[in-house]
Design a protein around this ligand. Sequence first.
Ligand code: ZN
Length: 149
Amino acid sequence: MFDNLGDLYQQVILDHSKSPRNFGELPGADHHAQGRNPLCGDNVKVAVKMNGDVIEDIRFQGSGCAIAKASASVMTTALKGKTMAEAKTLFEKFHELVMTGESAPCAQLGKLSVFGGVHRYPARVKCAILAWHAALAAMAGKDEAVSTE
Ligand code: ZN
């Protein structure tokens, strides 16, 4: 399934899915949400610790396919230290990237740009954005389960 992703991108995704960053419980987290993607069986729980409007810390737990796990992992590294508004903007760019393979300056996306190849696999788009849905729901104060369906 990774045939067209390119070696570097593939490596980053495999690395993050095998050794996810910020994986586990987050003591002192004040925002939580769970995301489910029934089509693929991905299940991601995101915990956020906010300091005012800034994401002080963010972690995730759960299970899923390589894309879902890698996306959650890269997302946590990208969102730490960002404001909620910045997180929303980043998600819009990331969403556009995984839907179309193109986005405004990749520099802004940093490592997130490795998911540009996902648009060739429409069934995987939901895997890639699952953790983002959960993170944004958590930050919005909705302590609830979100589903891609
Ligand atoms: Zn998946």
